[in-house]
Design a protein around this ligand. Structure first.
Ligand code: ATP
Length: 143
C-alpha cells in the first residue's frame, strides 16, 4: 500500500457524502482529512510547482488561486494499493469535457464543472505527495 494526497476542491464539497462512498468503493481508505479555507498565499504555495508554466503566468493561474481560496476545501490522505497513480486515474483528465468523453466514470466527469472547477486534485508523484501531505498535515503526532 501507498499514501497519497487528495483534495476536494470547493465545488465538490456539496457532494461530500457521495464522494466519500466513491473513494471507499474505488479501493481507498481515508486516513486523514481536514477541511480548511486557504488564504491566497497558501493557495499560491500549494500550486507553486506550476508557477513557471506559461499558462499559469496569466489569467488561469490567478483564476485557479482565487478559486482555491474562495471557499473551503477538504484535504485528505488516502491509502491504497499504488495510491498515487490509482487516485490520478480515478479523478481522470484535468478538463471535465475531456473527462466526460474519455473517462465517463471518473470523478471529474461525475462531479466536476469545468477546467478550473474540476472538483479534485491528486498528487502526481511520490515527491509531490510527500510535499503536499506535509503542507496540510505537518505533524504525524498532532490531533
Ligand atoms: P491537479 O493539480 O488538480 O491534479 P492536474 O494535474 O490535472 O490538476 P495541472 O496541469 O496540474 O492539472 O493544473 C492544475 C489545476 O489548474 C487543474 O486541476 C485545474 O484546476 C487548473 N487548470 C489547468 N489547466 C487549465 C486550463 N487550461 N484552464 C483552466 N484551468 C486550468
Amino acid at each position: 500500500t501507498e499514501r497519497t494526497f487528495a483534495l476536494m476542491k470547493p465545488e465538490s464539497l456539496k457532494h461530500l457524502g457521495n464522494i466519500v462512498e466513491e473513494i471507499y468503493s474505488r479501493g481507498f481508505e481515508i486516513t486523514k482529512a481536514k477541511m480548511c479555507l486557504l488564504s491566497e498565499a497558501q493557495a499560491k504555495e500549494f500550486y507553486k510547482e506550476h508557477e513557471d508554466k506559461s499558462f499559469f503566468l496569466g489569467l488561469i493561474y490567478r483564476t485557479l488561486v482565487r478559486h482555491m481560496s474562495s471557499e473551503p476545501v477538504l484535504a485528505m490522505e488516502l491509502m491504497g494499493k499504488d495510491a498515487i497513480k490509482a487516485w490520478r486515474r480515478e479523478i481522470g483528465p484535468t478538463d471535465v469535457e475531456v473527462a466526460k468523453k474519455e473517462a465517463p466514470s471518473s470523478l471529474r466527469s461525475l462531479f466536476g464543472i469545468n477546467k478550473t472547477q474540476n472538483g479534485f486534485h491528486g498528487s502526481d508523484s511520490l515527491e509531490s505527495a510527500q510535499r503536499e501531505l506535509q503542507i496540510f498535515f505537518p505533524s504525524d503526532t498532532s490531533l
